[in-house]
Design a protein around this ligand. Structure first.
Ligand SMILES: [Zn+2]
Length: 455
């Protein structure tokens, strides 16, 4: 039966009791009723949340997690990490990309993500030549998403230059090489895969890798309404380079010259001045925040408090996948702000005073917008993407409804996600992904092959 009865469910307007959720054969929520009675034969759950959107992922980087934590001779930075990542990216095969992505998606589902925006920039083979099928590696990600049961937004990446002023690509970047027409060709080739579980947008990699004219051309060439993502202002060095090149800071430059609106997700946007905070909030674009990766890479802290006060929209992503948990992203989003301001309970508004509930709901709304899919809420017509929390865990057993998200986000390290429904399909049951062993076996094989190549 395609139904679930939740004693407590988080709906867009807040917690509601005795909620009957029904979905159709296409995986869309068809009927939601609060204050209902449990029909006979329908499974019951204590606490049900909408599944979270992971708005920024480079799936292959999952294989690098934890392997870059050793100091080199000089000060280590984002740029030394990037050199290591390039060496890894240079040798990975399409089969290995698929195996790693399937493992990542199964882990993300187990921790509560039901949707991933894949910022995909490995478009050429190890020699830097185009694949016979230009969308080959993006299709591998789609296959991995299908196998794991993850909702996807594929974002083929425009990557033409090594730095501001159309600097030629470096040898380690040849696998990423694309022009505007290449990306639009890949978007077109992926068109037949679009369905309730999969959307296709596009992503200029950054203002370093794409000129502003290319950014505009890509936005104009992409079919109406599709999402556009870009990395921006992640590092101070990028801000300095953009100032030297254009006389403007990256976000100000992009906003003035590329017509940023609700289609856009500006990933990181870490280094903003007050005018950029206000302009980004006003634009309706989503700030794509990736707190664990930004911490791991030493990027800096996003000005969350003034951005929320200005009505800005945001979501979270796991980016380099040092974490696969939305709990950890949201926890560190808030903790970074507490450490910065030496205060508690920063991510709130005048009306919404509960940090956990505000963060979960805000990240759902921003994430859904960035994904360009009908996700992010338990609402009729949206995807049937939901999490059943472990009601007998000591953190949740007998807890008041109003404290559930506080317990979920800010207490302990046990994974409290028990079952996960994604697009109307149960993909996690009792804490295990339904294809966990087969997916993990292929992941191990891929990692062993990559290890052999690197030795
Ligand atoms: Zn990224």
């Amino acid at each position: 039966m395609r139904a679930l009865f939740a004693r407590h469910a988080l709906l867009p307007q807040g917690w509601r009791r005795d909620v009957l959720l029904e979905w159709n054969i296409h995986g869309d929520l068809a009927h939601i009723a609060a204050d209902a009675t449990a029909p006979p034969g329908v499974a019951c759950a204590d606490h049900v949340l909408p599944g979270m959107v992971n708005l920024h992922s480079h799936a292959f980087q999952r294989a690098l997690g934890g392997l870059t934590e050793r100091a080199g001779d000089g000060p280590d930075s984002f740029w030394t990490w990037r050199d290591l990542m390039y060496r890894f990216a240079a040798r990975i095969t399409p089969e290995q990309i698929e195996a790693i992505a399937a493992q990542l998606f199964s882990e993300c589902l187990r921790h509560g993500y039901t949707s991933v925006c894949e910022f995909h920039y490995l478009q050429r083979d190890q020699g830097g030549k185009p694949y016979a099928r230009p969308a080959d590696t993006a299709e591998r990600i789609a296959c991995a998403g299908h196998e794991a049961g993850m909702g996807l937004t594929l974002l083929p990446v425009l990557y033409s230059h090594a730095g501001f002023g159309e600097q030629p690509l470096k040898p380690g970047q040849e696998r990423f090489r694309t022009g505007v027409d290449d990306v639009l060709g890949i978007v077109d080739a992926l068109g037949s895969l679009r369905d309730g579980q999969l959307e296709v947008g596009a992503a200029p990699h950054s203002l370093r890798a794409a000129t502003i004219a290319q950014v505009r051309a890509l936005a104009e060439g992409l079919p109406q309404g599709r999402p556009l993502h870009i990395h921006i202002a992640e590092q101070q060095a990028e801000v300095a380079q953009c100032l030297a090149y254009s006389g403007q800071r990256p976000v100000a430059y992009l906003m003035e010259h590329a017509g940023i609106d609700e289609r856009w997700c500006l990933v990181h946007a870490t280094h903003l001045d007050d005018l950029e905070v206000a302009a980004l909030a006003r634009s309706g674009a989503v700030a794509g925040l990736c707190p664990t990766t930004e911490a791991n890479l030493g990027d800096g802290l996003f000005p969350l408090e003034p951005f929320i006060a200005a009505g800005g929209r945001f979501g979270v992503g796991s980016d380099s996948h040092v974490s696969q948990s939305p709990v950890e992203e949201l926890r560190w989003l808030e903790y970074g702000q507490r450490l910065l301001h030496q205060r508690r309970n920063v991510a709130v508004t005048r009306e919404r005073r509960d940090v956990g509930e505000y963060l979960w709901q805000a990240a759902l709304r921003g994430g859904a917008q960035a994904a360009g899919r009908r996700v992010g809420a338990l609402e009729e017509g949206r995807r049937a993407d939901l999490l059943v929390l472990d009601g007998v865990h000591p953190n949740l057993d007998g807890v008041q409804e109003a404290d559930v998200l506080g317990r979920f986000l800010f207490c302990g390290n046990d994974n409290l996600v028990r079952d996960v429904l994604c697009g109307g399909r149960w993909v996690v049951q009792g804490g295990r992904h339904v294809a966990q062993d087969a997916i993990a076996q292929r992941y191990r094989q891929a990692i062993n092959e990559l290890r052999e190549v690197s030795q």
